[in-house]
Design a protein around this ligand. Structure first.
Ligand SMILES: O=C(O)CCC(=O)C(=O)O
Ligand SMILES: [Fe+2]
Length: 330
């Protein structure tokens, strides 16, 4: 999609009488053009820059992941949640550092979300911890994890280039980085008034790539603070920016506040693949994006710091990104 077409998309939904968010078309990035070395790549990098700066999300087409790999991953997710309670219970734990964790408590932001979270890269290190039930879970989810990571790496390099830092800016740190899969399950909307699956939040990493079985994701327009209902054709991937990319870009790109609402006709599963730097690698605001007008706006932090932050008292009053923001008055 050209920059002209990109900028012609209206990102702000018109007000609707019943207060429901209007479905909004997200900016579209043609992934196949990022593989080219001519002007097509540069045009797409400009589109990435516009999308990241204006709204913090975009959708990816021509990413090369087959429909069957995506469908098999979603069916593995669905089959896991449908498996006997006893096989899921094995993964329940209050310890957020566990390699695999299942939670159906609906506590905190998980209004009516059950989820399975596990690391996915390097796959050979983590897959042995993944569920054995259903028996095809590891193979189906493993294949998706590998393929989505290839797309994520390419997109993160493109985003670095779009910031003017150059795609090789972080050296091998992206390749050595973390991949966390949040596999989510939401019931169908049945009770009027109980519409929220997952409360508003932002994701900690550089980017999240989301694959849902049906609509339900909403993102907040950063300017108007109006909720937008994300429309995602079955073969596209939804990408949004996380807290650590906001910090690295020194606020040029903003983390995306999003939530999931329940679908009126279907239960829903989604797979969020979260990508960031390695567990103990500190993310800092890029020096190249700091000057007198733009002083450093974020404290440095790692994924480990994020995990330490979650159970802390500070979490009650602040989001993680707020805890990183340096108060101008400090
Ligand atoms: O299910 C969705 O649409 C959103 C999931 C999400 O935000 C997450 O897993 O962090
Ligand atoms: Fe999220």
């Amino acid at each position: 999609m050209s920059a002209a077409l990109l900028s012609s998309i209206s990102l702000v939904p018109p007000p609707v009488p019943n207060g429901e968010p209007e479905p909004v078309q997200m900016p579209v990035i043609d992934f196949s053009k990022l593989q080219q070395t001519d002007g097509s790549r540069l045009a797409v990098i400009r589109d990435v820059e516009t999308a990241c700066r204006e709204i913090g999300c975009f959708q990816v087409i021509n990413h090369g992941i087959s429909k069957s790999v995506m469908e098999r991953a979603l069916s593995a997710a669905n089959d896991f949640f449908e498996s006997p309670a006893q096989s899921k219970a094995e993964f329940m734990s209050p310890d957020i550092t566990k390699p695999v964790r299942y939670d159906c408590s609906n506590e905190g932001i998980n209004k009516s979300r059950s989820y399975l979270k596990h690391y996915a890269h390097p796959l050979e290190e983590w897959i042995k911890f993944w569920p054995r039930e259903p028996p095809s879970y590891r193979i189906k989810m493993g294949q998706y994890a590998v393929e989505i990571r290839r797309v994520a790496l390419c997109l993160m390099h493109a985003i670095l280039q779009s910031l003017g830092l150059g795609q090789a800016y972080l050296g091998t740190k992206l390749e050595e980085g973390i991949q966390l899969l949040a596999v989510n399950s939401y019931p169908q909307l049945t009770q009027p008034g109980v519409t929220l699956g997952l409360a508003p939040h932002s994701d900690y990493g550089f980017i999240t790539i989301l694959l849902p079985s049906c609509p339900g994701l909403e993102v907040m327009d950063p300017k108007t603070k109006v909720w937008m209902s994300v429309q995602q054709p079955a073969d596209t991937l939804h990408v949004h920016i996380g807290d650590h990319l906001e910090a690295l870009s020194n606020g040029k790109y903003r983390t995306v506040v999003h939530r999931a609402v329940l679908h009126s006709e279907n239960s829903r599963v989604s797979i969020a693949s979260i990508h960031g730097l390695a567990m103990n690698e500190k993310v800092r605001s890029a020096e190249e994006l700091v000057d007198e007008q733009n002083p450093v706006m974020y404290k440095e932090s790692s994924f480990r710091d994020f995990l330490d932050f979650l159970p802390s008292k500070e979490t009650k009053n602040k989001s993680y990104i707020d805890s990183l923001r340096i108060d101008a008055a400090e």
